[in-house]
Design a protein around this ligand. Structure first.
Ligand code: ASN
Length: 325
């Protein structure tokens, strides 16, 4: 029942519930308990830190462009016509977070579904699924450092309580104990990671060589992450877990009209899709903030030690595979 060691190649992809053996169904239920505990622990930390819990939306005119992003591999973007308007399925609620934290909810989080139709060749990475959920959070006037402190507290609390309350489940699922991370986590510039490990495969190299989580910072990507135009440095971050890889990405945000507008143009992203954000920024209504999204299947995948994060889903979303449920 224990997950094989990571060195064993992934041969079988996660299957839907109706195709699992009784032993596999038991294992699924065990992972489900870790999922429930994780959601309870993380949402409690956010609520305890003064965050409001908002419900997600599935269709909007404006969603995350996911571009330019060195890690993106989107095969198809889903757009549908409703009431004479084109709406897109949620790729992430980043734009909603920026507007909501600026106008009404200074500290917020959303357990939000993200639809990203990944290329089928990502089926066996074990880290990609085409529908996943994030705990997506944002705090007005926060700095990157504030977010690091909050996430470190959330993860130490989570792992400490998992080891206490779900020991037998973790023993069943994992081939080695789950180590409580030591905070504060190390912070390393992406350029230094590329120099230390392979420039293309630095993520895997990093995950294999660390004992504690590591923040990778200064990652050029979408317009909404803060970029210092003078130094060219980005005030953003990804969190990497040992023997697993990335589980969170976030940033301090852009809030000024001129920068947002320039970056959208530079990225050749369709301005029309961000008209509301641009209008609010022009009126000076967008406020500085920082935040991040924690990939729920990834954090549970890391905690349970599964080979493929779709194992943490009751209804697996393996790239290239569509099941009835
Ligand atoms: N949730 C991420 C953030 O807060 C954005 C994303 O998922 N692309 O930066």
């Amino acid at each position: 029942m224990t997950t094989p060691e990571p060195c064993v190649p992934l041969t079988e992809l996660p299957k839907p519930l109706d195709q699992l053996s009784p032993a596999e169904l038991e294992r699924k239920a065990c992972i489900g308990k870790v999922m429930t505990h994780t959601l309870q622990s993380l949402t409690s930390t956010f609520i305890g830190s003064g965050f409001q819990w908002l419900l997600p939306v599935a269709l909007s005119q404006s969603t995350d462009p996911l571009w330019p992003d060195p890690g993106a591999s989107i095969e198809k973007r889903i757009e549908v016509d409703i009431y004479g308007k084109v709406v897109r399925t949620t790729a992430s609620m980043i734009i909603h977070k920026l507007v909501a934290s600026s106008l009404a909810y200074p500290k917020l989080f959303i357990v939000s579904p993200n639809i990203r139709i990944e290329k089928a060749e990502r089926a066996k990475t074990g880290r990609h699924i085409y529908e996943f959920s994030q705990i997506d959070f944002e705090a007005r006037d926060a700095s990157s450092k504030d977010i690091f402190t909050l996430v470190e507290k959330a993860l130490v609390t989570l792992v400490t309580s998992l080891n206490k309350d779900l020991k037998s489940e973790l023993d069943t699922l994992r081939y080695e104990p789950l180590r409580v991370p030591t905070a504060p986590f190390k912070v390393v510039d992406k350029a230094d990671l590329e120099a230390e490990y392979d420039a293309d495969g630095w993520e895997a190299g990093l995950a294999e060589s660390i004992k504690d989580p590591v923040w990778a910072i200064n990652i050029p990507r979408e317009f909404y992450d803060f970029e210092d135009f003078q130094t060219g440095k980005w005030d953003n971050y990804d969190l990497f877990m040992p023997n697993f890889g990335e589980v969170l990405s976030g940033a301090k945000r852009e809030w000024e009209y001129d920068k947002i507008s320039k970056k959208i143009e530079r990225d050749q992203v369709n301005k029309e899709n961000y008209a509301l954000l641009l209008k609010l920024a022009k009126e000076g209504k967008t406020k500085p903030s920082a935040g991040a999204g924690i990939g729920i299947e990834r954090i549970v995948g890391w905690a349970t030690g599964v080979r493929h994060i779709a194992e943490t889903q009751p209804f697996p979303r393996v790239p290239g595979t569509v099941n009835e449920l």
